[in-house]
Design a protein around this ligand. Structure first.
Ligand SMILES: C[S@@+](CC[C@H](N)C(=O)[O-])C[C@H]1O[C@@H](n2cnc3c(N)ncnc32)[C@H](O)[C@@H]1O
Length: 260
């Protein structure tokens, strides 16, 4: 009997170039609680508790992380192991797992800013909201522990007044993949994030093609770096890198050509 699959439910829907790479993120066996949590964060997946679903989710999480890693590799080559990293909106933790294992950042402390919440109809570049969280802190912890990640702390945004500025920075690397900068306006968060960054820190955000620069961004060194997507049908997107060090961005990525 033909099985009805939702989008992102077949290995064939994934980019083979990305999904075929070494696996760092391991998905635990999917049970109804984890399926519900994944569905809330990534509604494009219609997963069950079967092994095919587990495998597709695992490959997709790895593939997405490989794509970002490959785009950022020139930067990672220059950066030493960061002391403290902040991830804003880690979802189910794919990036923490990937970076900790792939980069062998064994002493790095990962601070994760997330909150429990209901499934979202994701907006693009929308105003900051306290009601936008769709995480599940119990499942996030479960996935991190299943993957053997130890050096992390989860900061429940609901307990920080939904603000970032009370977090224990400074951070050497800050990122938000498909979160702040993509669904929610980076301009609304930037002053808080900037205040948490060490002088040589780099912040990285997934941005949509409709992303618009804001005045304070123009005053800070930044660079757009394209990356591939794990769903074969998806067009490439950009990562926006921001740093107080223009030199670091220029060293990692060739200096931008001036227009004639
Ligand atoms: C599309 S998911 C991305 C998850 C993960 N970064 C990934 O790429 O797999 C967006 C995440 O941002 C979180 N989020 C929602 N509102 C937020 C806010 N105001 N500040 C920070 N994170 C938020 C959600 O709870 C969710 O985990």
């Amino acid at each position: 009997m033909a099985k009805r699959f939702g989008l992102g439910h077949k290995v064939a829907e994934l980019s083979s170039a990305l999904a075929g790479k070494e696996i760092y993120f391991r998905s635990p066996p999917l049970d109804p609680e984890l399926v519900r949590a994944v569905k809330a964060i990534t509604p494009q997946f219609s997963l069950g508790t079967d092994e095919t679903s587990r495998r597709v989710w695992e490959l997709s999480q790895n593939g997405s992380s490989w794509a970002e890693y490959e785009a950022l590799a020139p930067l990672f080559e220059l950066m030493g192991e960061p002391g403290r990293v902040l991830e804003i909106g880690p979802g189910m933790g794919r990036s923490v797992v990937f970076l900790a294992k792939r980069m062998r950042w064994t002493t790095t402390r990962f601070d994760l800013y997330e909150a429990d919440g209901e499934a979202q109809r994701y907006p693009l570049n929308a105003p900051r909201s306290q009601a936008s969280f769709c995480g599940d802190l119990v499942q996030l912890r479960r996935v991190l522990e299943y993957n053997g990640v130890e050096n992390y702390q989860i900061f429940d945004a609901a307990k920080t007044g939904f603000r970032l500025d009370g977090l224990p920075g400074p951070y050497d690397f800050v990122y938000s993949f498909y979160g702040v900068g993509f669904h929610w306006s980076l301009a609304d968060f930037w002053e808080e994030i900037r205040g948490l960054m060490s002088p040589t820190a780099v912040a990285v955000f997934t941005v949509h093609h409709t992303f618009e620069e804001f005045p304070r961004l123009a005053a800070t060194a930044h660079r757009y770096v394209p990356f591939r997507r794990v769903l074969a049908k998806d067009r490439p997107l950009n990562l926006l890198l921001i740093s107080q060090s223009q030199e670091l961005l220029d060293q990692a990525f060739a200096p931008r050509k001036t227009r004639k």
